[in-house]
Design a protein around this ligand. Sequence first.
Ligand code: HEC
Length: 168
Amino acid sequence: MSLVKKIIPGLLVVFVLMQFFRIDKTNPPVDPALDMVNQVEASPEVRQILKNACYDCHSYETGYPWYTNVAPVSWWVKDHINEGREELNFSIWGSYAAKKQDHKLEELGEEVAEGEMPLTGYDIVHPEARLTESQRQALVGWAKATRKRLGYQGGDNAKEGHGEEEHD
Ligand code: HEC
């Protein structure tokens, strides 16, 4: 009992101290000309799904709900945002080379079809990001059609570099 009495105040102190390590919530400026939704054709439905379910982690238009003020949740969220933007950033889509755009669309179709994206857990706090089967199909179909429209021809050459391309 006395041990518990010591541990709990100790944990409280740690928790309070954690709160001093704030995350940076400033969104870098967005150049609308480079934004994915202004670069490629997309139906209003697809735009809406991307904005609701993907833009928080994959763009510079991140929204930070109240719980992102509380460490350690804030650190965890920020990690996902950093990693998500690193992998795929719709805000700078226009700066990606054709090969990269093609590859990212391919990944997008796969991740969404397999239910890997949006990231597990995100939909618990963001009900608007819970995708229905028809919303998933809309995204997958759009990714496929967009790849066709962009007409990147390097498919075969790109194959050998496929492994290295995963993380750019
Ligand atoms: C809560 C944050 C979060 C949300 C929301 C989210 N993602 Fe991600 N996404 C990540 C992270 C983190 C990674 C990298 C780690 C991984 O692949 O699991 C990633 C990776 C990806 C990749 C892989 C890129 C590559 O080149 O391998 C694609 C594609 C992707 N996300 C698409 C989407 C789409 C489409 C949505 C919306 C339907 C979405 N994501 C929603 C965090 C998120």
